[in-house]
Design a protein around this ligand. Sequence first.
Ligand code: BES
Ligand code: ZN
Ligand code: ZN
Length: 468
Amino acid sequence: MLYYKVMTTINKKTKIDTVVEVVDVNNLKKVKDTTIKEFVNQKKVSEAGDCAVYTNSKGQQTYLVVVNNKKEARKIRNAGAHSCAWAIGVKAKNVKFIGDVTEGFVEGFLNRNYLFTKYKTDKKQPKNIEGIETDVKVSKETLNCVSGSHLARDLMNEPSNVLYPEAYAKRVQKIFSGISGVSIKVLGEKELKKLNMNLMLAVGQGSRKESKMVVMEYKGGSGKGYDMALVGKGVTFDTGGISIKPGIGMEGMKLDMGGSATVVGSLYTIAKNKTKKNVVGLIGLVENMPDGDATNPGDIITAASGKTVEIINTDAEGRLVLADVLHYAQEKYKPKNMLDFATLTGAIVVALGAEYAGVFSNDEKLSEKIIEASKQTNEEAWVMPIHENYLKRMSTSVADLRNLSVVAMDSGAGTAAAFLKEFVKPSTKWAHFDIAGSSFPSSYNAYTGGKEPCGWGVAMIQELIKKL
Ligand code: BES
Ligand code: ZN
Ligand code: ZN
């Protein structure tokens, strides 16, 4: 099953209605067409992604896209994405690329070619571009990356009344049912209890919806062990629990499963690409609700690892879910590398905005590779520290750890990472991605344009795995 079908060659009979002409900024002087020259001069086009609509002599709408610098992978992808937004805006159907086109440009274009109109009953909605024609070779790998990102976005866009833990687990089973090499295991509350995953269960216990952990095993490598574990926070809705959040903007907390969406999208891409590595994905799916059965601040819970945690604030729930899933991933799969993805803290948004995911790691070489991969894929990341003092502020007199720093104005993202590190073995190369900013809607994100979340990390992970 190809999750998202991208047409890269158009049947000769298909009418091209739009031409996208790509001009590298360094080649502007070489442009012979006077209309384009005039446009460039008049509008002072110089930035990647600047677009304008023309009608050429054949009556086709023609776009001019200026790419700043062919060597800047990120800008090329952004230019492609912007031109797709233009094309959708003018109701283009079949688009031909000419000029200084690169695979990255097409990738950016296709990534933006995504609309979530499933719940709109008025069918007069903008439509996706149906086909593209280009001389540039667009690899299957690239298309699978785009599909994986779109899959992650589909999952994020679903509301929590549709995608609650059990429904989400079923959806994952369905997604992978036609894909070879992936086996899916779904664990319910009974099994989670047996595994002593009490931290995760404590988050979900105020909800009527049963908590689930979904495990996706992919074996593409020749070795026996696992090269990589990908762990995702899947809070299908985060009300804050008893430490309830304010009402304004709370609807956005349906996106609190963004980390798990990245993991599902990645496993999809990795499997479709027949990547020669063994990768396991694990997502902790819970709903964080206030209720008579909910966990109270002050409660002390024993984690699967045996460590005890005093719950100070039930809204700091992501780290509780991750702690147990990270522990289980290491016990069961002994992965060489382990990455976790989570919309974990508001603090990372304050620090980095939507532009970067925050990366916290126990291995310098791994974080270097992550930054390289993130630059190549337009999914930018920034390495953040885990100072040894952070953990000191996560201690309490009544348990091994508390789930919130003792200091009110603290490095909230850093102390959360310090908490997670307590559940990671020093021998596991680990990186934690706080994607609360980067996966949420941002008008500066060229792939989404603003209203939609993005499946941050799918392309970056694929690139990183090649480097391991
Ligand atoms: N899911 C939130 C983090 C979040 C905030 C994601 C904004 C996306 C956008 C997380 O569970 C949370 O509530 N964090 C609190 C922690 C606080 C209670 C210590 C936060 O960051 O405010
Ligand atoms: Zn929360
Ligand atoms: Zn949360």
